[in-house]
Design a protein around this ligand. Structure first.
Ligand code: GH3
Ligand code: MG
Ligand code: MG
Length: 407
């Protein structure tokens, strides 16, 4: 089991693993502070040859390392005992399905350390209880005692990903808070989980969902149900992210696609215009005789050339610049903080880097060149500027290719 898990964790999650076959071996490993400090999670068998009564759990948790417990048997008694220990989770070690679940939890815990949550409840006791549960999952926890405080926290921490809110609170209740938050933040970027009191949960839950909550919990709930709901919510937020990310990227090269370039670049461009910043350049780059590469070496080699080109653009862009693949072998580069002289030098140097790059695929090796048209300044809209850059690109093509034409 240890070998199987260890192999899967390395192969599928890319984390390094260390295996101990007994409590004694675990002690030897954890004795070294350098080793200890890089361990972010432990998987523990409840029954070890030299620690038959689960002593390993308290030992490892004593070092502040989050633990997942693996167990073959689970009666109500051991379950309760485990729950009291504030471990991340416990898992049966029976089948491959369990292995899959274990991997998903490890991944989750690793991601959780950078996720902020906000607990909103007027009861200090309940806030502490929820905060404790979230902390066992390595989530960052912020607190607020009513809706108004919650909005202030959100203002200070716009990167909060999940709000857990009570309904009845002074100053601003959970409904009002949900309504406020949803005016500016979608369900796909900030999740709200409502927690409703025993007795009025049926009305409250549906009302919360209609106002834009992602999910709800009714008191009383088990620790296990709570954690499942949280994990489920976090998983769906990530799925939204992934879908957005895919919609924005060109599949072949990983650069932004045309649609996203005009969307995000358009915003950047308008901001520059409003700020009166004219020191920006828009370049259109097109590979020369690209059709010949495809014809002579096949589509796969052509694809590899596109990847090489994208890699060079990505490497040479600074933080604020934007790059994109806007068509077959056509790319765009939005260069910021650059006057005409800087832009010309920049794209001339990029042109030379591209000309000296090599494309390798199987036993084929080749190079290629590009033509670049550069429009200067933010006087016109991004679309209009693009038309000018395109005209300059064709001037570069007519002029013999492998050259920069700038306004
Ligand atoms: P020019 O120097 O005038 O730009 O000539 P060119 O051959 O580069 O331009 P042309 O527009 O004639 O040909 C572009 C070719 O790019 C045609 C098309 O089959 C190819 N192409 C478009 N998208 C892809 C792609 O994703 N992969 C590959 N391998 N080829 C592509
Ligand atoms: Mg071309
Ligand atoms: Mg073309």
């Amino acid at each position: 089991m240890a070998e199987l898990l260890s192999g899967k964790i390395q192969a599928e999650l890319g984390f390094e693993t260390t295996v101990a076959k007994s409590m004694r071996e675990a002690r030897d490993i954890l004795e070294d502070p350098a080793v200890r400090s890089v361990i972010f999670l432990a998987l523990l068998d409840l029954i070890l040859p030299d620690a038959p009564a689960g002593q390993i759990v308290d030992f490892v948790m004593g070092y502040g390392i989050p633990c997942i417990i693996l167990t073959g048997v689970l009666n109500d008694e051991t379950r309760e005992e485990i729950q009291n220990k504030k471990v991340v989770d416990y898992v049966y070690k029976e089948s491959m399905a369990d292995v899959k679940y274990i991997l998903s939890i490890i991944r989750r815990i690793h991601l959780n350390t950078s996720i902020k949550t906000l607990v909103v409840d007027d009861s200090a006791l309940f806030r502490e209880y929820i905060s404790d549960l979230l902390s066992t999952q390595r989530l960052q926890v912020l607190l607020a005692s009513d809706g108004r405080e919650a909005l202030a926290q959100l203002e200070k921490n716009p990167d909060i990903k999940v709000i857990l809110t009570d309904y009845s609170m002074p100053n601003m209740d959970g409904y009002e808070l949900t309504t406020h938050v949803r005016k500016t933040r979608g369900k796909d970027e900030l999740a709200i989980i409502a927690i409703s009191e025993f007795g009025n949960e049926f009305r409250a839950n549906s009302r919360f969902l209609k106002l834009g909550a992602n999910d709800f919990l009714s008191k009383p709930f088990s620790r296990e149900e709570f954690l499942c709901r949280i994990n489920h919510t976090l998983d769906s937020l990530e799925m939204f992210e992934e879908i957005k990310e895919k919609a924005h990227r060109d599949f072949l090269t990983g650069l932004s696609n045309r649609h996203y370039f005009f969307e995000s670049g358009g915003k950047v461009w308008e901001d520059l215009r409003r700020a009166g910043r004219n020191d920006a350049a828009l370049a259109v780059l097109d590979i020369d005789y690209f059709k010949n590469i495809n014809d002579a070496h096949g589509h796969d080699v052509g694809d590899e050339a596109l990847r090489v080109m994208a890699g060079l653009l990505h490497e040479n862009a600074r933080g604020k610049d934007l790059t994109a693949r806007i068509g077959g072998e056509e790319f765009c580069f939005l260069l910021r903080d650059a006057d005409r002289e800087t832009a010309l030098a920049y794209f001339q140097s990029l042109l030379e880097k591209i000309a000296s790059a090599r494309v390798q695929k199987d036993d084929i090796e080749l190079g290629f060149t590009v033509s670049i048209g550069v429009a200067m300044g933010t006087a016109a809209s991004l679309e209009e500027t693009m038309v000018r850059a395109d005209e300059l690109l064709y001037k570069a093509k007519r002029g013999g290719r492998n050259q920069v034409q700038i306004e």
